[in-house]
Each structure stands twice: as structure tokens, then as C-alpha cells.
Ligand binder design. Structure first.
Ligand code: SAM
Length: 340
């Protein structure tokens, strides 16, 4: 039987009923994207959020400020493609001005990063993760439906030059598409000093075509990489709430991470909370419910009222994401509208 929340014993801050406390806020700053990765979005794109429903910078900063006041210490900007939000540099500067100043990171596809990496760094961005699933130009074009590999490479280099370090690369391996070249991606990243992390593909595609039996598992990725390098697991104690299991590559100091979001979920250590571009708080990527902040905020809610809504959403967080449970239902919102 599920324990019902008892507000009288609810601790302050962004806690849930299983002893977890949110410290890491993912903010989706737009649902729009300039790539069309086949595992994320259909070729024609998606019906984008109406502008009027999207939070303005001022609204977003007020909510992020409340999260920070309630214990969030890291803010990660994502999307959609965060670089498509025109005011991104100002938004970063606004977050950097919060007290206490949170760490600021961004997950991006890297297209256009070359132009703004330095400005973002100067505004207060600390780190970037660039998504790159293949270093083969033809495969890249097939997978993203755009011929932009050179832009991503230039973006990565600009990020490193601007000091947005350590520059991390995120890759999803997919059977029959890029799974036979995971070692090439690692070799490429090692050569350039980027820290690579593979992530298992999750049921978050707009097309609802994900099939667990077809997913490349963390074990498979490790086996493929082990054909070329000796991988030594780093102690689990070093992992904390970080989702990646990390390995020294040929004794280190370089490492590679593998995130087994599906085959070995890390929900027990999850410290994340999420804000969508249209002002909804979500307690999990896979949540099928969310709490609206935009309406109350525009209706004049006080900070205390907004905090109450945010805390209530976190208190309802489930023990785990439930992928694999017989009753699992994929969320209606695709990854691009939640914020990956
Ligand atoms: N546009 C930015 C980018 O490409 O990094 C941020 C948003 S994107 C949705 C964030 C990450 O989610 C990317 O690394 C992408 O590969 C990953 N992603 C998208 N759909 C996924 C899925 N079904 N399973 C696992 N990762 C996924």
C-alpha cells in the first residue's frame, strides 16, 4: 500500500517520502530544436508550445530563485535546444546573480555553440554536456536529419577553449545505427580531452516506438568498449547521486561513463527536479503528472504559495520510474518538451 503524504510531518524543502531531497534542477528553456534526431522527434518536428504559454525570463528567474532558496545547488539548462532561446546569455547571468549562486550547466546539441560559448562562460555558465551519438558524418546526418556534424565539432572546441570544462559528451547507442562504432566515439573523445558518457535509450520518444528488447544495454556498451580498452570501475562511493558508472580507461586518468537508466535505475539516489518551459514542475522524467506554476504565478501567487506547490510536487515523487513495471505508461510529453 502506498503511504499517503502527511503534511504535518513533511520536512521543509524539496523532500519526498523516501528520504530524497532535490538539489539538481533541470530547466527546459524551450521545446524547440534545430535537429530532428530520429529517436526523439519526427522529421516534421512537433507542435511547439505557444509563445504566450512559455515563461518569460523574469518568470523563469523568479521560479529558479525559489528553487535555489529551497535547497537547489545546481541548475542545468536544457530543452529542446537551449541555444535556441534568444535570451539565453541573459538568463544565465540572471541565474549566476542568485544567492547562494548555484552551479550552472547546460545540455546542448552544440550547433551554434561556437558563436556563444565565450559569452555564456562570461555570463556565468560553468559546464556543458554536448550530445553527440556518432562521429561519422553520414550516420550523423541520418540520425539527426541535418548535416551539422562540423558545427557540433566546432561547438565542442569552442566550449573547451572558453573554459566550460570538463567538456562532457553524451551519446545514446542504438542497435543497427551507431552501436558498432561506440569505441570510435570514445577514441575520438579521448584524443580531444572530452569526457564521454553513454546513456541507455529510454521510452521518451515522441513516436512511442521505443522497444526494450532492442535497447543497447549498459553491459553491451561496456563489452564493446572492453574489446579495445581495459575498463576499471571507479568505486561506487565516488558516484554519489551522479547517474553514470565511471570507468578508468586503460588505467586512467581518462574515464568513460555509462548510464544504465533502464537496466539499473539510480532512482534511489535521484536528487533531481524539473521545470518545463511552460512553467510546470515535474518530479521525474517519467512522471505522468506535473504541477502548474505558470497559472498561479500569473494570477499573483506569493513566493510562499509557489514554494508550497513546488514542495507538494516533490513530496509526491514515486520511489522509482517504473520502466519495466507491468503498469508503466510513457509520459505524454516527449523528452524535448520535458528537458533531457
Ligand atoms: N538539445 C539538447 C541536446 O541535444 O543535448 C538538449 C535536449 S536533448 C532531449 C537531451 C539529451 O536527451 C540528448 O543527449 C539526447 O540524446 C537525449 N535523449 C533524447 N531522447 C532520448 C531517449 N529516448 N533516451 C535517452 N536519451 C535521449
Amino acid at each position: 500500500m502506498t503511504r499517503l503524504p502527511d503534511p504535518s510531518v513533511r520536512p521543509a524543502g524539496l523532500a519526498d517520502q523516501f528520504g530524497r531531497v532535490a538539489r539538481d534542477l533541470r530547466v527546459s528553456v524551450t521545446d524547440r530544436c534545430n535537429l530532428r534526431c530520429t529517436y526523439c522527434m519526427p522529421a516534421e518536428g512537433l507542435p511547439w508550445m505557444p509563445r504566450a504559454e512559455m515563461l518569460t525570463d523574469e518568470e523563469m528567474l523568479r521560479i529558479i530563485g525559489l528553487f535555489v532558496r529551497d535547497g537547489v545547488t545546481q541548475v542545468r539548462l536544457t530543452g529542446g535546444e537551449p541555444l535556441l532561446r534568444r535570451s539565453l546569455v541573459d538568463l544565465v547571468a540572471g541565474i549566476a546573480a542568485l544567492e547562494p549562486r548555484p552551479k550552472i550547466a547546460m545540455t546542448t546539441n552544440g550547433v551554434g555553440l561556437e558563436r556563444v560559448a565565450r559569452g555564456l562562460k562570461e555570463a556565468g555558465l560553468d559546464r556543458v554536456n554536448v550530445s553527440l551519438d556518432t562521429i561519422d558524418s553520414q550516420t550523423f546526418t541520418q540520425l539527426t536529419r541535418r548535416d551539422r556534424l562540423a558545427d557540433v565539432e566546432a561547438g565542442l572546441k569552442a566550449a573547451a577553449d572558453a573554459g566550460l570544462t570538463p567538456v562532457k559528451v553524451n551519446a545514446v547507442a542504438m542497435r543497427g545505427i551507431n552501436d558498432d562504432s561506440v569505441a570510435d566515439v570514445l577514441a575520438w573523445c579521448l584524443e580531444r580531452g572530452y569526457e564521454l558518457r553513454f546513456i541507455e535509450q529510454m521510452p521518451l520518444d515522441a513516436q512511442h516506438a521505443w522497444d526494450r528488447s532492442d535497447m543497447i544495454t549498459a553491459d553491451e556498451i561496456r563489452a564493446r568498449l572492453s574489446e579495445r580498452w581495459e575498463l576499471t570501475p571507479l568505486p561506487a562511493a565516488d558516484r554519489g547521486s551522479a547517474p553514470a558508472e565511471r570507468f578508468l580507461v586503460d588505467g586512467g586518468p581518462e574515464t568513460v561513463g555509462i548510464i544504465a537508466s533502464v537496466s539499473a535505475p539510480f532512482c534511489a539516489a535521484c536528487d533531481r527536479t524539473r521545470l518545463t518551459a511552460d512553467g510546470q514542475v515535474r518530479n521525474c522524467l517519467f512522471s505522468t503528472t506535473e504541477t502548474d506554476l505558470r497559472g498561479p504565478l500569473r494570477d499573483g501567487a506569493t513566493d510562499e504559495e509557489l514554494l508550497g506547490l513546488m514542495r507538494g510536487e516533490m513530496w509526491r515523487k514515486r520511489r522509482g520510474h517504473g520502466i519495466g513495471d507491468p503498469g508503466f505508461v510513457q509520459p505524454d510529453r516527449p523528452m524535448s518538451a520535458i528537458g533531457g
